[in-house]
Design a protein around this ligand. Structure first.
Ligand code: HEM
Length: 400
């Protein structure tokens, strides 16, 4: 990896989506970690913000939800887009104590026991997905494999009936894929319309699912408003699908570049837990997470004022040489591996256990049933400052 000369003019623009598609942000993050770990960026189309790039500083911010608030949004938004509509309303965008109350409404579905209870169903779903993709011969690993399990799981949790899942899969592929912004926006509206209908169904007849929990649960003695229920459904759908798809497909692409590691995992399944953690660290699909400062605070010697935006660059934390030995090496035996791909502190990813289980089951089934996976064309990277990874990964999968 190249190390930039310390002329700040050489630094890449971290807010340019093209950087994540065709460039390499890592030298810039590395320079910032070494020379300006809490760096000020003046307003452009985006508000002014501070970039935080070192592992320890990012953990400090994550661990203080009172001073570093989520209620004004956790992603940098262009000024023209105004405030985040989910601010103060969705699980990810609330501060304690409301955050705790909201999280406890849905937490039961994400415990170790709940995830374990779903494992057999996940295995069955994965077997079908892999068999179908193998039968296709050539396929897009992102859409035909990586996207399917997380959507199936979140649909089960939310109580989406099986016969409606394929329709929701088509809509989410359109809404969160690349493509025409208008088509994406229409698909997103259709998803919201679907959730309105599901919400009313559960108001009439609650079942044992997440949507019913949101419909009937109270925070501070009050039921959630319909809009709050819908915003939370939308967040769970996006949170539950997008990052898993990116971690799994990014992981597969990495294994295709490191075939010896894939074969080593095939030969020794005991390595699966550390391999999954390393894929999470390596892919770090959530490119940034934002906080807003609530009172003056000093971070790594810089004075931040109330109202300042603080942007945490997750992939940078996960390659910080102060924390990881050989951070630029993909090592499926890495231990310890306290990466922050799933965040940390109060808002630590609710779906962490679910994610690890999904990845373990999916990689396991691929190793069991597929003898050979080979690229059939160039992978297409996403253009985004929010999440990074692959939009498509054309492969041929041959059954064992
Ligand atoms: C590779 C997969 C995943 C990655 C990389 C990821 C990443 C993250 C990160 C970085 C956060 C912290 C956000 C913050 O601090 O502001 C987070 C929170 C969250 N994630 Fe995940 N996530 C993944 C999978 C999932 C899944 C499968 C689900 C649901 C089924 C999920 C649901 C959530 C929710 C609800 C929160 C908000 C928690 C809170 O604010 O208390 N995530 N995730």
């Amino acid at each position: 990896m190249s190390v930039l000369a310390p002329e700040t003019t050489d630094l890449a623009d971290l807010l340019d989506p093209e950087l994540y598609a065709t460039g390499d942000p890592y030298p810039t993050w590395r320079w910032m970690r070494d020379n300006d770990p809490v760096r000020r960026h003046e307003a452009t189309a985006y508000p002014a913000f501070w970039s935080v790039t070192r592992y320890d500083d990012i953990r400090t911010v994550y661990n203080d939800a009172r001073v570093f608030s989520s209620a004004e949004g956790i992603l940098l938004r262009p000024l023209a887009h105004g405030e985040d509509p989910g601010g103060g309303r969705t699980l990810a965008l609330t501060d304690p104590p409301r955050h705790k109350a909201l999280r406890s409404l849905v937490a039961d579905w994400f415990t170790t026991r709940s995830v374990r209870a779903l494992e057999d169903a996940m295995r069955g779903a994965v077997r079908q997905v892999v068999a179908r993709a193998t039968a296709l011969g050539e396929c897009d690993f992102v859409t035909d494999v990586a996207a399917r399990l997380p959507l199936y799981v979140i649909c089960r949790l939310m109580g989406v009936p099986e016969h409606e899942q394929e329709m929701l899969f088509t809509l989410t592929s359109k809404a969160f894929g690349a493509g025409d912004p208008e088509v994406r926006s229409i698909a997103h509206q259709e998803i919201m319309a679907y959730f309105v209908e599901l919400m009313y169904r559960r108001m009439d007849r609650p079942e044992d699912d997440l949507v019913s929990a949101l419909v009937n649960g109270e925070v501070d003695g009050e039921l959630l408003s319909e809009e709050d229920i819908l915003l939370n459904c939308d967040n769970l759908l996006v949170g539950g699908t997008e990052n898993v798809r990116l971690a799994v497909s990014g992981g597969m692409a990495t294994f295709l570049d490191h075939p010896a590691d894939w074969e080593r995992l095939r030969a020794d399944r005991g390595l699966m837990p550390t391999a999954v953690e390393e894929v999470l660290r390596w892919t770090s699909s959530a490119t940034h997470i934002m906080r807003t400062v609530t009172e003056p605070v000093t971070l790594h010697g810089r004075l931040l004022e109330a109202g300042d935006r603080v942007v945490l660059w997750t992939p940078s934390a996960n390659r910080d040489e102060r924390h990881f030995t050989g951070p630029d090496v993909f090592d499926i035996t890495r231990r310890p591996n306290r990466h922050m791909a799933l965040g940390a502190g109060e808002h630590f990813c609710l779906g962490a256990m679910m994610t690890r289980t999904e990845m373990r089951i999916l990689f396991g089934e691929l190793l069991d049933s597929v003898g050979r996976i080979e690229r059939t064309g160039p992978a297409v990277p996403l253009r985004s400052i929010v999440v990074n990874g692959l939009e498509s990964l054309p492969v041929r999968m041959t059954a064992r």
